[in-house]
Design a protein around this ligand. Structure first.
Ligand code: CDP
Length: 244
């Protein structure tokens, strides 16, 4: 993919969005029959499946914690999810994303209710289009709720960045590759930030504005997450034929 000359033309981004717009988003809760909870998410061109198992017995047993459940999170990018085939299996990037995503969700899970057990979260990126870590966290949060795991609230996540000196919500692939900054944020319902990473450079004023933009984005995502859960439990959905 070659570098576009400009990322913002007449105040519009190359995909036609304004700086404050999210890409189209579609959540579907409870799509996997064999998982305790699941969620399929399309977020722009990202296609993500999250599956949750537990609380269940911990293997290996020495990982058990006497007063808490342990939470494990595996982020995995399918080899066919990106333009250039990704080598299957964990790498430094996926290990880092798994760690920060687990931390983004762990603080809202009432782990003390399930000592000596494990809550396992699997996130599979089926198609990647920038912002896969935040997409994974959004889907995992719905999957946890779908599994009936007691939580203080949901966690929502989105990225803000800078392209052609303009702050833009929810980076697309070109903005992610060729922009000046990328700031993925996760937030719980009480406005507490549970993930904050940054690539590139922003001034402190830009950072404050970007953070507010991300917070507004997270609030919109939160509404969509709630809707997906209400839809499943109010009307019921038939599982689709996808298995992780
Ligand atoms: O996906 P996210 O923005 O959370 O993480 P990133 O490391 O900033 O990756 C940005 C994007 O680069 C991903 O969403 C993919 O579209 C792409 N990518 C890729 O094409 N091949 C990889 N091995 C890793 C990422």
């Amino acid at each position: 993919m070659s570098k576009p000359e400009k990322l913002i033309v007449d105040g519009k981004r190359l995909d036609g969005r304004g700086p404050f717009d999210l890409r189209p988003i579609k959540f579907q809760a409870g799509v996997l029959k064999r998982a305790d909870g699941s969620c399929y998410l399309e977020f722009g061109g990202n296609k993500v499946m999250a599956a949750v198992y537990g609380p269940r017995e911990v293997h290996p047993r020495h990982l058990q914690q006497a007063s808490n459940a342990i939470v494990r999170y595996r982020y995995n990018m399918a080899s066919f999810s990106v333009e250039e085939r990704k080598r299957p299996g964990p790498d430094r990037r996926s290990i880092e994303i798994s760690k920060v995503s687990r931390e983004a969700l762990e603080s809202v899970i009432l782990k003390e209710l399930y000592p000596r057990s494990a809550i396992d979260i699997f996130v599979e990126i089926l198609q990647a289009d920038a912002g896969t870590r935040v997409a994974g966290i959004n889907a995992a949060s719905v999957a946890l709720a779908d599994a009936g795991i007691p939580m203080k609230c949901l966690v929502s996540a989105c990225a803000v960045g800078k392209a052609d000196d303009t702050l833009v919500l929810d980076l697309n692939k070109d903005e992610d590759n060729y922009g000046q900054a990328d700031l993925p944020i996760a937030m719980n319902q009480f406005g507490e930030i549970t993930l904050c990473q940054m690539d590139g450079h922003m001034t402190s004023d830009e950072f404050s504005t970007a953070l507010n933009m991300a917070i507004e984005g997270c609030k919109k995502l939160h509404e969509l997450q709630k809707q997906a859960l209400v839809e499943k439990y109010a009307r019921g959905v038939a599982p689709i034929a996808v298995e992780v």
